[in-house]
Design a binder for this molecule. Structure first.
Ligand code: GDP
Ligand code: ZN
Length: 396
C-alpha cells in the first residue's frame, strides 16, 4: 500500500516537529545533514504511518490494536508526514512544495507564550497558501500545569482568530509520553481526507533526490541502475513506462542540460514495492540508467513526465510576488539587479532580478528550470550573509 495523502508539519523551532513525527510514525525525519540545514536547498523528510479503524469502538488509531477493546482494527490508509530542516528551509519548502501538501499539522508548544516569532510566520504562510486542512497540535503538555495548559489554549485561540486556522481543532499532546496521539489520527481522518486525484492527468513527478544505491566495489554484473526519488503531484507511473526527465543532465562542462529518457524498471514507496505509483509519499523510481548520472542528488529539481508531455525548460522566469512581512530582519522592497534564490517545486535556482514592474519580478536564472505556469515560487535574498525568504508568488 502506498501513502495517499501528504501532511506537512509546521511550527516554531524546538516545538517538537521531529519528536511528534517519531511518535506518529516511529521514525525520525531529522536525518538532514548539517550542510543541508545551513543551505537553502529543499530536502523534505518523509515518514509514513498507517491508520486503522476499530469498527465496534468507532475509533481511529496509528496502531493495529485498538486501545479501547484490544481487537485488531481495519487498515484505513497510509499517510506521509513531511518535515523540513530549519526555519528558512521550512518556509521556502512550504511555499514552493505546496502542491505536494494536502494538509498541515501546526505545532505550538504549551510551555512558551504564543505566538513565538516563527509560529506567527508559519501561520502567515498557511494563510498565504490557503492551506485550509489544518490541525493545531499543542505540544509539550507534560511540561506544564493544568492552569498553564488552559492559558496556552486561550493564547492559541486568540492568535488564530480571523486566520485560516480559526476553526482548526487544537489537540493537546505529549509526544515524549505518547499522550493523546490517537486524538491526532481522529482529527486527521476527519479534516484531511485523501484528495480526489485525476489519474488520467499528465504525469508530473518532482525529483527531490537521486542516488547511486550500489556499495563501493560492487561487480559490474550486479550493479543496480540509478534511482530517482520524488513526489508525484498528478497522474501515475507504472513499471515499464517510457518517461523523460527534464532539464536533465549536463554532459559537457558549460553545456546545456540534455533530457534523460528511460524505462521505469521498478517502483517503491518507503519499503513497499509498487506496480504503479500515484500521488502521496516519496516515490523511488528504479531505472537502468548509469548510476553515475543519478548519484549525489545530481537530478534534484528535475521533473519527470511522459515523453513529449513536459513543458520546455526556461532560464527567464516571471513571478507575480508579494513581499513577506518579516519580524526578525529588515525586508525592504526587491531591487533591480539583486541576486536572489528562487525555489519552485523541488528546484533551487540562483538568479538576478532583471525587471520589476506591476508586482511582477522578471528573474534571469543561472540554470534552466522547468515548471508549469501558476506554480508557487519562493524568493530568497541575502540578508546578514544568509539567504532568507523575502517574497513568495506564482509563476506567470
Ligand atoms: P523541532 O525543532 O520542532 O523538530 O523540535 P524537536 O522535535 O527537535 O523537539 C525539541 C526538543 O523538545 C527536544 O529536546 C524534544 O525532546 C523536546 N520535546 C518535543 N516534544 C516534547 C513533548 O511533548 N514533551 C517534552 N517534555 N519534550 C518534548
Ligand atoms: Zn476497539
Amino acid at each position: 500500500m502506498q501513502a495517499e495523502v501528504n501532511i506537512g508539519l509546521l511550527g516554531h523551532v524546538d516545538h517538537g516537529k521531529t519528536t511528534l513525527t517519531k511518535a506518529l510514525t516511529g521514525k525520525w525525519t531529522d536525518t538532514h545533514s548539517e550542510e543541508i540545514k545551513r543551505g537553502i536547498s529543499i530536502r523534505l523528510g518523509y515518514a509514513d504511518a498507517t491508520t486503522y479503524f476499530c469498527e465496534p469502538c468507532k475509533k481511529y488509531s496509528f496502531s493495529e490494536k485498538c486501545s479501547s477493546c484490544g481487537k485488531k482494527g481495519q487498515i484505513k490508509r497510509k499517510i506521509s508526514f513531511l518535515d523540513a530542516p530549519g526555519h528558512e528551509t521550512l518556509m521556502t519548502t512550504a511555499i514552493s512544495a505546496s502542491s505536494v501538501i494536502d494538509g498541515a499539522l501546526f505545532l505550538i508548544a504549551a510551555n512558551e507564550p504564543c505566538p513565538q516569532p516563527q509560529t506567527a510566520e508559519h501561520l502567515m504562510i498557511l494563510n498565504t497558501l490557503g492551506i485550509k486542512n489544518i490541525i493545531v497540535v499543542q505540544t509539550k503538555i507534560d511540561l506544564v500545569t493544568k492552569e498553564r495548559a488552559l492559558e496556552s489554549y486561550k493564547e492559541i485561540k486568540n492568535f488564530l482568530s480571523k486566520s485560516v486556522a480559526e476553526n482548526a481543532p487544537i489537540v493537546p499532546v505529549s509526544a515524549n509520553f505518547n499522550l493523546n496521539i490517537d486524538a491526532i489520527v481522529e482529527e486527521i481522518e476527519h479534516i484531511i481526507p485523501t484528495p480526489k486525484r485525476d489519474k488520467t492527468a499528465p504525469l508530473r513527478m518532482f525529483v527531490s533526490r537521486s542516488f547511486d544505491v550500489n556499495k563501493p566495489g560492487t561487480s559490474i554484473d550486479s550493479l543496480n541502475g540509478g534511482v530517482i526519488g520524488g513526489s508525484i503531484i498528478q497522474g501515475s507511473i507504472k513499471i515499464g513506462d517510457e518517461v523523460e526527465l527534464k532539464p536533465g543532465i549536463i554532459r559537457k562542462e558549460g553545456g546545456k542540460p540534455e533530457k534523460l529518457t528511460f524505462k521505469v524498471a521498478n517502483l517503491r514507496e518507503e519499503s513497499e514495492k509498487l506496480e504503479e505509483g500515484f500521488p502521496g509519499g516519496l516515490i523511488a523510481v528504479g531505472t537502468k540508467l548509469d548510476p553515475s548520472l543519478t548519484k549525489s542528488d545530481a537530478l534534484i529539481g528535475g521533473v519527470l513526465g511522459r515523453i513529449g508531455e513536459l513543458p520546455e525548460p526556461f532560464n527567464v522566469v516571471k513571478i507575480k510576488y508579494e513581499l513577506l512581512k518579516r519580524t526578525d530582519v529588515e525586508n525592504p522592497p526587491l531591487k533591480q539587479n539583486e541576486a536572489v534564490v528562487v525555489n519552485v517545486n523541488t528546484t533551487t535556482n540562483v538568479g538576478v532580478i532583471v525587471e520589476l514592474a506591476k508586482g511582477i519580478a522578471t528573474i534571469r536564472l543561472k540554470k534552466l528550470m522547468i515548471a508549469d505556469k501558476s506554480s508557487k515560487a519562493a524568493i530568497s535574498r541575502k540578508i546578514d550573509q544568509r539567504w532568507r525568504l523575502a517574497a513568495w508568488g506564482q509563476i506567470v
